[in-house]
Design a protein around this ligand. Structure first.
Ligand SMILES: Nc1ncnc2c1ncn2[C@@H]1O[C@H](COP(=O)(O)OP(=O)(O)OP(=O)(O)O)[C@@H](O)[C@H]1O
Ligand SMILES: [Mg+2]
Length: 140
């Protein structure tokens, strides 16, 4: 397992980190994001999408669960905050997202941890202060 820890000191720095991470992504990459409200999961996702050459403005998909983008690869941005039962994501056809050829980024990944592939990247975000986030990246 590979593990890396970084402290970012602004939303811009978190986006830059996402852009940099995206450079190493290949089709099928699954990125599970963990961290409380406002810790920067969407901000990091915006950076990843930018690094994947997504031109659309990336917003939180809380109400629709999944947003799809076209970049260098197809990108699925999933937010499970409002997920109440696992069946909701199963009925949406999770296999295509979690085991397909696109890049899949999941906020509140703990809510569907049982469905996620073992081979995934996990990113933990911790709020240190108003503008500081500790970001831990684990690759299995
Ligand atoms: N270093 C930082 N990195 C990322 N965001 C930061 C940082 N410092 C301050 N912020 C602020 O923290 C907030 C992060 O919001 P964001 O929507 O990315 O969080 P989130 O983890 O997706 O929350 P939610 O669980 O509600 O989806 C933004 O308002 C952003 O401006
Ligand atoms: Mg979010």
């Amino acid at each position: 397992m590979f593990k890396d820890k970084i402290i970012t000191r602004s939303p811009e720095e978190t986006k830059k980190l996402g852009e940099k991470l995206a450079e190493s992504f290949s089709p099928g990459e699954v990125v599970a994001l963990f961290g409380p409200l406002g810790s920067g999961k969407t901000c990091l996702t915006q950076g990843i999408c930018s690094g994947l050459e997504v031109k659309d403005f990336v917003v939180s998909p809380s109400f629709v669960l999944i947003n799809e983008y076209e970049g260098k690869f197809k990108v699925y941005h999933i937010d499970l905050f409002r997920l109440e039962r696992l069946s909701e994501i199963i009925n949406l056809g999770y296999e295509e997202y979690f085991f397909g050829e696109g890049i899949c980024i999941i906020e509140w990944a703990e809510k569907a941890i049982k469905l996620l592939p073992e081979k995934r990247m996990e990113i933990y975000l911790k709020i240190l202060s108003e503008n500081e986030r500790k970001i831990t990246i684990c690759k299995f």
